[in-house]
Design a protein around this ligand. Structure first.
Ligand SMILES: N[C@@H](CCC(=O)N[C@@H](CS)C(=O)NCC(=O)O)C(=O)O
Length: 158
């Protein structure tokens, strides 16, 4: 059995991206729930730069950042591919993943702001949704990323 561990937190969407990927690919893993107000020594040792979850530990070696982890899982466990094999399709996919990463955090900010600040965030989310309606990827397809779930569906928050 592969020695795969995931340090995460149930409140974190980034942890869930990795969990979904592990499950879609059928990779057995041990999950370690972190208390973000009292991070474990292991987490601080594994991610000394950002001190954040998720951290995947494969064979004792840590990998940080959800999308970096997902790309690693994709390379190591190619079953149920989440990234298109065609270079152009892959580039388009990365564009949408990057947009999701840039704009996604606005959604959670909506619940943590009030008044004028919240209104501005609301406007930018609506603007984003209109852009997605008008020129989102693969509108005719079943999933955001195409005919089957891919990395865009995993990364998106909107
Ligand atoms: N860009 C990172 C973001 C990870 C992130 O923001 N994790 C949060 C939980 S949602 C965290 O660990 N926060 C703890 C802290 O900031 O001290 C990724 O994609 O993995």
């Amino acid at each position: 059995m592969e020695d795969v561990k995931l340090h995460g937190a149930w409140t974190s969407p980034y942890s869930h991206y990795v969990i979904w990927t592990l499950k879609l690919k059928g990779i057995p893993f041990e999950y370690i729930e972190e208390d973000l107000s009292n991070k474990s020594d292991l987490l601080l040792q594994y991610n000394p730069v950002h001190k954040k979850i998720p951290v995947l530990v494969h064979g004792g070696r840590p990998i940080c950042e959800s999308m970096v982890i997902i790309e690693y899982l994709e390379e190591k466990w190619p079953q149920h591919p989440l990234v298109p094999s065609d270079a152009y399709e892959r580039a388009v996919t990365r564009f949408w993943v990057r947009l999701a990463q840039e704009k996604g955090p606005n959604l959670s900010l909506l619940y943590r702001t009030a008044g004028e600040e919240q209104e501005k965030i609301k406007e930018s989310i609506i603007e984003m949704l209109i852009v997605l309606e008008d020129c989102g990827p693969n509108k005719a397809k079943k999933f955001f990323g195409g005919d089957s779930i891919n990395i865009v569906d995993i990364a998106r928050k909107f």
